[in-house]
Ligand binder design. Structure first.
Ligand code: PLP
Length: 481
């Protein structure tokens, strides 16, 4: 594939046309398809302007316009008015995201690769759900209100419940700026759709939640890793990444970061926020674990309110099956973008699920569930400190209620061996591979502390892990990411 230089000195896509005897526009679309299939053009890659392409190929503009229309018809490119034409995302380019539900675990296998909240509140919530559902028989008006389409943003009652939930977590949010969504994964997709056009460069933590990688790939975005240390994102690394890549924004998970458990301090947040404000970047703050900490430092939504989309859900604190999350938009324009993306994805979040969540918040059941989950996680972290080597017990930026624990290892082969060995011994953990973004070279595995059915089961699995680490079967690395 020979390339020619773009006027500004960049290399541009220059197809090799095969003369098949057919029309030239089709040959251009064929060449595009072949280059995408061969991996020479990745999803999100920006194509040269139609004028530049016509010039480079020595054909007239209408031929290129027809070729692009044909490419769009084949699902190869997406045209975005004003910002250019981009290679569409392909589902086969979505990173392999471990799906624990596919695994046929043998009896006795303890799967700590699952990122579940401990199920300590489940029995109470199941009773509450039965009672709520039974009570509907006495509330026919409410039944009818749950059936029609309704405003994409969510009802005023659900947004008021969301605002009070957020306020209890320390964030004062205007219910008029809140959008009810179907969990944090959905919220991430909506925020990225509202803020980033296909092909945009988006910064994130070097180790990041795999669902972020998946949603960025389907949206055709380029995720760029920002190195971390034991305090979270490194300010100097963020400054370099902004200078080097001119990104559109940052997605971060500053409280109980998945997978490391790090809680970024207020001082570090303030420093990062100053940089982000100076550079004019937007921020998507994924605060899904925030309610698990006693006194989380002020959020980016509070420190950088004009540029932050705040996002949380009830999945890790109350019940993942509810699929209820909350987004807070910084201004009316971003709110419009979120609502447009929500209409395009599911029109609205199921009113019945939002109603259950709101009633649990109003009645204090959700808050009680969080207290139970927190207490159980603190108990599980105490087991960690009794079983695992000291460097891991109190890893520097970790929190006593973190639902996960990151075990740093020296290199990729140690990581692969450690995970395979633990699997053989009946313990599932998540390899660092699932979290690495771009060329990040941080190795290790994540232990999900909530997934074990009981503290005893967890203790047994942690003893197996400690044994592997102590025998040097998994050579330890530094807590630097
Ligand atoms: C950091 C982070 N963000 C988002 C999600 C998705 O959560 P939800 O189940 O609410 O979609 C997860 C789930 O593991 C997560 O760890």
């Amino acid at each position: 594939m020979p390339k020619v230089s773009a006027p500004q000195g960049r290399r541009i896509w220059h197809p090799e046309l095969r003369s098949s005897g057919g029309p030239v526009y089709r040959a251009i679309a064929d060449a595009l398809e072949a280059d995408i299939a061969a991996g020479r053009l990745g999803s999100g890659a920006r194509l040269p302007s139609q004028r530049a392409l016509a010039r480079a190929l020595g054909v007239n503009l209408t031929t290129v316009t027809r070729a692009m229309r044909e490419a769009e018809r084949r699902g190869l490119v997406i045209g975005s008015k004003g910002s250019g034409t981009f290679v569409a995302s392909r589902l086969d380019q979505v990173p392999d995201w471990p799906d624990p539900f596919r695994r046929q675990a043998p009896a006795g296998f303890v799967d700590l690769s699952l990122n579940y909240p401990p199920d300590v509140a489940e029995a109470d919530l199941a009773d509450a759900l039965a009672e709520w559902a039974g009570g509907l028989a006495r509330r026919p008006q409410e039944c009818r209100s749950l059936l029609p389409y309704r405003a994409t943003q969510g009802s005023a009652a659900d947004r008021a419940a969301a605002a009070s939930w957020l306020e209890e977590g320390g964030l004062a949010a205007d219910p008029g700026r809140i959008v009810i969504c179907s969990g944090a994964q959905h919220g991430l997709g909506l925020s990225l759709a509202a803020l980033a056009h296909p092909g945009a460069k988006v910064l994130c933590e070097a180790l990041a939640y795999p669902g972020l990688r998946a949603v960025a790939a389907t949206a055709g975005l380029k995720l760029l890793p920002v190195p971390m240390d034991s305090g979270g994102l490194r300010p100097a690394a963020l400054r370099d990444a902004i200078r080097q890549h001119a990104p559109a924004g940052l997605v971060c998970n500053p409280t109980l970061h998945n997978p490391t458990g790090v809680v970024t301090s207020l001082a570090r947040r303030q420093e990062l926020a100053r940089m982000l404000r100076r550079a004019g970047l937007w921020v998507i703050e994924d605060d899904i674990y925030g309610a698990l900490t006693d006194a989380p430092p002020r959020s980016f939504a509070a420190l950088l309110p004009e540029r932050t989309v705040y996002l949380t859900s009830l999945s890790k604190t109350v019940a993942p099956g509810l699929r209820i999350g909350y987004l807070v938009a910084p201004d009316a324009a971003v709110l419009d973008g979120l609502l447009g993306a929500a209409r395009a994805s599911s029109w609205m979040t199921a009113p019945i699920l939002a109603a259950i969540a709101s009633s649990w918040i109003r009645e204090g059941l959700a808050q009680r569930a969080v207290r139970q989950v927190r207490a159980e996680l603190a108990r599980r972290q105490r087991v960690v400190s009794q079983t695992l080597p000291s460097g891991l017990r109190s890893h520097p930026g970790g929190d006593v209620r973190s639902p996960h624990l990151w075990v740093p290892l020296a290199d990729a082969s140690t990581e692969a061996r450690a995970v395979a060995l633990l699997n053989q011994r009946g313990v599932g953990v998540t390899a660092g591979e699932a979290f690495r973004v771009g060329a990040t070279r941080s190795y290790g595995f994540r232990i999900g502390l909530g997934a074990a059915r009981s503290v005893d089961v967890l203790t047994g699995a942690l003893v197996t892990i400690a044994d592997a680490l102590e025998r040097g079967e998994a050579r330890r690395g530094r807590m630097v990411m």
